[in-house]
Design a protein around this ligand. Structure first.
Ligand code: ADP
Ligand code: SR1
Ligand code: MG
Length: 415
């Protein structure tokens, strides 16, 4: 046990912890003999244990004081568990259908107990690699993003309530700084952590570091990320943070949450779908050329944004006389003026989302943490071809995002 009350658990010591914690043991119907525990953490940062007993189950997630995928040489506050638990609870309150319930939180132990998303739930990224279609994905993700972003923004909250929440989440500064480094800085300079498919993409990585127009655009996004406390964002909404079945979509892992720009979440999700799209040729084989699947991904991107826009503006309309203090009804006092305000707001949000989406793609291709979509393509030359197409698309999107009016125009540049 450390002086601060922290103790890293393992599959054995977790048994004692569960026995001593009524909030957890009761979830197993207090039938603790023969419970089965397995560590399954395949993410980059933490340890995750699945606990299954004869009368119930849950998941335990524990943060450790460093970045797991790098090792102890990269220390990282374990307070990230606190912000993850807070956000699971808040986003769960706003969108219970798509966020797992928190059963228990122990701040000293940096440990969360939550609902086990049982099989057939799998990580969305893995489903996308396997070529599985999820017909409700756009509907569900647009729902999650519209509710969590709208209800934590000034379109719904008073400036007093919003500022109080902003100040609480400013405490997640270390995780924000990690993102600042690995998304907005390292890909654009020489860094010991960067990697790419080499030698195939050596020139491409160098051209990212030498592209001044790109760097100026990234500076604008970084400014927004650091300065714009627009809503309580998930902060790491890639396809590895979503678990799915044919009819369930659950968002996990909001440890990077803070009050930041909404477009960062929307962009993360859409950008990772684009990454999946560009990786598909690397997964094609004689039995399946993946052409139909690529089409489904693009349709899902299109539907996600369009449904999000519709749901978000509908929430705005329904709560136009609510506590939100951005657009007072006595100032925005005609339907025309309110419509213009919405068009302007959504256009800016669309461009932010495209920019952040592109930046999130670039970091996964030439930065520290890559994605399985490409990593699982064994043939390096085939992988590099896919990655180059993704990189060129992302660079174009980052620089020219303001020229796009609709998501179908973006998709048309690929087709
Ligand atoms: P990290 O913060 O390290 O990225 P994640 O929260 O992404 O960790 O979890 C790592 C893995 O653990 C996920 O990819 C998933 O397989 C599994 N996992 C996490 N939470 C749950 C859950 N509530 N139910 C089932 N599996 C989960
Ligand atoms: C060292 S960077 C690790 C990455 O994994 C998390 O999922 C975040 O995306 C972070 O940037
Ligand atoms: Mg994760």
């Amino acid at each position: 046990m450390e002086a601060d009350g922290f103790r890293k658990l393992d599959e054995e010591s977790l048994v004692e912890y569960i026995k001593a914690t009524p909030a957890l043991s009761s979830k197993l119907g207090n039938q603790l003999d023969g419970m089965h525990i397995k560590e399954v953490g395949d993410g980059n940062l933490n340890f995750v244990y699945i606990v299954v007993g004869s009368a119930g189950s849950f998941v335990i997630k524990q943060a450790i004081p460093y970045v797991r995928c790098i090792g102890e040489t990269w220390p990282m506050t374990k307070e990230r568990a606190y912000f993850e638990a807070m956000t699971l609870k808040e986003h769960g309150r706003l969108c219970a259908d798509h966020v797992p319930e928190v059963y228990h939180f122990d701040r000293a132990m940096s440990l969360i107990g939550m609902r086990y998303l049982e099989p057939p739930h799998i990580i969305l990224r893995k489903g996308l690699i396997a070529g599985v279609e999820y017909p409700l994905l756009a509907e569900h993700m647009s729902d999650y993003m519209a509710k969590t972003l709208f209800f934590t923004s000034l379109l719904y909250l008073s400036t007093t309530d919003h500022k109080r929440a902003v100040s609480e989440f400013c405490g997640n500064v270390e995780l924000c700084r990690l993102t600042e480094q690995v998304v907005f800085s390292d890909p654009y300079r020489v860094s010991q952590h960067n990697r790419w498919t080499s030698p195939h993409l050596d020139h491409d990585a160098e051209s990212v570091r030498n592209d001044n127009t790109l760097k100026l655009e990234v500076a604008e996004l970084k400014t927004m990320f650091c300065e714009r406390a627009q809503a309580l964002i998930h902060g790491d909404l890639h396809t590895g943070s979503v678990m799915v079945t044919g009819d369930s979509t659950q968002v996990i892992d909001p440890e990077f949450a803070f009050y930041g720009p909404m477009g960062y979440d929307i962009g993360a999700f859409l950008g990772n779908l684009f990454l999946s799209f560009f990786s598909q040729d690397g997964h094609a084989d004689q039995g399946n050329d993946r052409r139909g699947y690529k089409k489904w991904i693009l349709t899902t991107i299109d539907e996600t944004w369009n449904l999000f826009e519709k749901k978000f503006t509908t929430l705005w309309h329904h709560h136009k006389d609510g506590p939100g203090e951005l657009y007072f009804p006595d100032i925005y006092n005609s339907p025309e003026l309110r419509l213009f305000a919405k068009i302007k707001y959504m256009e800016n949000l669309f461009h932010d989302s495209l920019g952040f989406g592109a930046a999130k793609m670039i970091r996964r291709l030439v930065g520290v943490a890559h994605v399985e979509d490409f990593e699982s393509i064994q043939d390096a030359s085939k992988r590099a071809d896919c990655e180059r197409r993704a990189l060129n698309f992302a660079k174009m999107l980052l620089k020219e995002r303001r020229g796009f009016k609709t998501v179908s125009q973006v998709i048309a540049t690929i087709q």
